[in-house]
Design a protein. Structure first.
Length: 338
């Protein structure tokens, strides 16, 4: 174990957009989207990249921590949508934007759980390098609207945002206690985009993101011939979240009943309740109230919600918070002591 805590949070959001006002630009049945309950999402202006959002969030977090970028011993960046370029490292690019001459960097591409499990990699590095004191961890989601329809992937509205945290060895609040994650490789293709990689570099002629299948289409395709497997998958989505939270509790030496708050993806209230309920946490002690005003910001959801609730006083010193999430085939949880 390593004694580390989050010193400060920094945020960067795309421009606020009305879900009701914009839905018809993305889907032919906008009422379906409005019924999910989101009222606002963030869309970055054309030309604003994920690295731009990362830099803005990082600069705010560094300023709030009272340090400059040259004090950092590690820069970790997690991206949850398409990178700006192929054969290119977003973590290295951010370090350059922050004018760091030489440092350690790490790039994560673990999907929507990367903001939860990424703290484990920060902790691992600091545990093995006792001379290191400060780390910067940034999670960014910048939707590529060429590749994805932000209102027709899953039952959430995808948003552009970044969150940055400065982590310091020995910091006394917002302490990382433990992380737990596992992957079921059977589900690794569920959100796959079939072009843009080495196998199929180019999209079909005339293709637009309006033609992209939703995740539910892909789920039906994968399980079309096996209804029992589909039922198993649906049930496992939530039971496995309880499993990883319990695993993190065992590693931290705390009981599941000690958890005061649960922060999940910015999903619809029924999904957040399905995660929190089995852990004995009422909906008012989750991120359910925050989600409608932001949409789903990829892997940035949980750390943004944690920071906003700490700053608003909804979370109190000593509270035990379980951050948890699902990526494609991956379940993860991290415990934070406020």
């Amino acid at each position: 174990m390593v004694d580390i805590g989050i010193v400060s949070f920094g945020y960067a959001f795309g421009e606020d957009q009305s879900v009701a006002g914009a839905a018809a630009d993305y889907v032919s049945d906008p009422e379906r989207v409005v019924k999910w309950g989101y009222h606002t999402f963030h869309r970055a202006p054309d030309g604003v990249t994920g690295t731009d959002l990362s830099r803005s969030a990082a600069e705010q977090a560094l300023s709030r921590a009272g340090i400059t970028a040259d004090a950092l011993d590690l820069v970790v960046v997690a991206i949850t949508d398409m990178p700006e370029y192929s054969y290119w490292d977003s973590a290295s690019a951010l370090a350059r934007e922050l004018k760091i001459g030489r440092t350690q960097t790490l790039l994560l591409q673990e999907g929507c759980g990367s903001g939860v499990n990424g703290l484990f990699y920060v902790a691992s590095t600091l545990a093995l390098q006792p001379e290191a004191e400060y780390a910067l961890f940034v999670v960014v989601n910048r939707v590529s609207e060429f590749h994805r329809n932000r209102m027709n992937v899953i039952n959430t509205v995808l948003s552009d945002a970044a969150v940055a945290v400065v982590v310091r060895r020995g910091h006394g609040s917002n302490k990382w206690l433990a992380s737990e994650q596992f992957t079921d490789p059977e589900y690794s293709d569920l959100l796959r985009l079939d072009f843009g990689g080495a196998v199929t570099p180019l999209p079909p002629a005339g293709w637009t993101s309006a033609d992209a299948p939703s995740a539910y289409d892909q789920v039906r395709e994968q399980f079309g011939g096996n209804p029992a497997a589909l039922r198993t998958f649906i049930g496992e989505r939530y039971t496995r979240l309880v499993e990883v939270v319990e695993g993190a509790c065992r590693r931290a030496g705390v009981a599941r009943t000690d958890i005061d708050h649960v922060i999940y993806l910015n999903d619809v209230p029924s999904s957040i309740a399905a995660v929190a309920g089995p852990l004995g946490i009422p909906l008012e002690r989750t991120n359910a109230a925050i989600a409608p005003g932001h949409g789903h910001m990829g892997g940035a959801d949980q750390l943004i919600s944690l920071g906003l609730q700490v700053e608003s006083g909804e979370l109190n010193p000593g509270d035990l918070v379980a951050l948890c999430g699902i990526s494609t085939g991956r379940w993860c949880a991290t415990l934070i002591r406020v």
